[in-house]
Design a binder for this molecule. Structure first.
Ligand SMILES: [Zn+2]
Ligand SMILES: [Zn+2]
Ligand SMILES: [Zn+2]
Length: 173
């Protein structure tokens, strides 16, 4: 048994209707939700409808579907991360000048602190959520790439020591 609304491939006509007709969309989603509720109560995987193993790490999915879902999420995250790094440049953007380009040293930094960029958020959002947010918000200037050192140095709002070191270097040269 499969989730009939989710698994069955929608015809093009249906998909068009799903996208353009809010009532139809509501109906399909409701049917899908009902199916999932029942599957969950029956101890079935809410994705494929097979029996959900007792030791499945996910309370909704069987082990096999859980692995597939997790891989899909991880793959999407990596793709988004690539897009974001390609946009902001593969380099620390410290205004004091910093040559770090190694990906594993690089972080996504909120200019002016993450609270300023995500007002109303109680907790820091995860990198997974952040990369999606960046793409959905059309790559805002409030995000930049910093290496871990520069990121750490500016966390209290002070300028990065690079800005002081490098300006002194210029003066004495
Ligand atoms: Zn399954
Ligand atoms: Zn740096
Ligand atoms: Zn710096």
């Amino acid at each position: 048994m499969r989730n009939p609304e989710q698994q069955k491939k929608m015809s093009d006509v249906q998909r068009l209707r799903y996208q353009s007709d809010p009532e139809f969309k509501k109906l399909i989603n409701q049917r899908s939700a009902n199916w999932k509720d029942k599957a969950f109560r029956d101890g079935l995987c809410t994705c494929c409808g097979n029996r959900r193993e007792e030791d499945s790490p996910n309370k909704n999915y069987c082990i096999s579907c859980n692995t597939k879902h997790r891989n899909r999420i991880r793959k999407r995250f990596r793709e988004r991360l690539e897009i974001v790094f390609a946009y902001y440049g593969e380099k620390c953007a410290c205004p004091g000048g910093c040559d770090i380009t190694h990906r594993r040293f690089l972080t996504l930094d909120h200019v002016g602190g993450w609270r300023a960029v995500h007002p109303g958020h109680e907790k820091r959002i995860t990198t997974e959520v952040l990369v999606k947010w960046i793409i959905d918000n059309n790559f805002p200037d409030s995000i930049r790439i910093l290496c871990m050192n520069c990121n750490w140095a500016v966390r209290s709002g002070e300028p990065c020591p690079h800005e002081i070191i490098n300006s002194e270097g210029t003066k004495s040269a």
